[in-house]
Design a protein around this ligand. Sequence first.
Ligand code: NAP
Length: 346
Amino acid sequence: MRNKIFVARIIPDAGLQLLRQQFDVDVWQEFLPPNREAILSRVKGVVGLLSLLSDRIDAEVMDAAGPQLRGIANFAVGYNNIDVAAAVERGIAVGNTPDVLTDATADTAVGLVLAAARHFQASILQVRSLQWKTWEPMGLLGHDLNGKTLGIVGMGRIGAAVARKLVGGWGMRVVYTSRSPKPEIDHEFNTTQVSMDDLLAQSDVISLHTDLNEQTKHMIGDREFALMKPNAILVNTARGGVIDQVALYKALKSKSIFAAGLDVTDPEPLPNDSPLRELENCTILPHIGSATVEARDRMSVMAAQNLIAASAGQPIPFSVRRVLDPIANQIGQRFNAKFSHGSGSP
Ligand code: NAP
């Protein structure tokens, strides 16, 4: 009898085919994610679980699966939905899908910067609502980006990719914050790491790229908005919880900052009565950062490879603990070298 795995949503065929060669695959077929009860019941007896960022995977889920559970493969690079400590305690490997979605997500961030800087949201609304009456010499004035200062909060893979695009395309000057020193970044962008307060005070565009953790939850609140320039644009493609949304609403409504572009909110979807939906200076996307055919194909293959390795008791290639696990890191680098120039359908 083949080992069972549960896949919490329909994902691209590239990954599903790999999984079907090895396992008895149970795929959640609904448009909406499985609710708690469904997850707890469908994971029973599986060796592997392919989860999405909308699925909370904690000790209860792991115990409901049973002691044969070997691996959890998140179909995302962020893994704040998984209790990694509980998995480690139980000897369950946890994997994610880094690198292959970096460009797609960075492109989304750049799109939001442009949309926010140039009033795309208000402009589209004007056309749709039949309010476009004339060419306005003083209407819908945005801000140039050329030569302005870009503040990257969280200079990791996606943060660096956004900086490359905005430096290469618009000649922006980069400042950044991160947890650790980054001499190669300092060299590449001819910059140095600054304090968060300095970044907020200097930047015309602030782009958030940290993972969501205890230190980054609500790291942008009233105090931080007060430090930003009146022309500041805040873009978030990280996780909604990094921003205190009540403070964001106040800053946008009072125009103490110029505009915001959000690919992520807290919660998701944003409630129907959220006042953020009504602001013309707030562009909101439904978490489409990695939503390209190419990125999602590659993510599906990586997640499948994680479950295949975990079920065989081998180190998984894309472990969330790869910093602590040099063997996994080497395998991951080989995979990324192989697929980073591919056609998108590995
Ligand atoms: P990454 O390479 O791990 O980058 C995260 C960066 O955040 C790291 O450089 C880290 O700094 C920094 N960081 C963490 N805590 C911090 C803190 N307290 N203060 C300052 N910096 C901090 O991850 P990535 O691949 O770029 O992805 C980043 C995040 O984007 C993911 O965790 C995910 O939540 C989000 N994401 C969203 C989408 C989407 O669809 N919108 C798609 C992909 C990813 P150090 O390097 O110094 O440790």
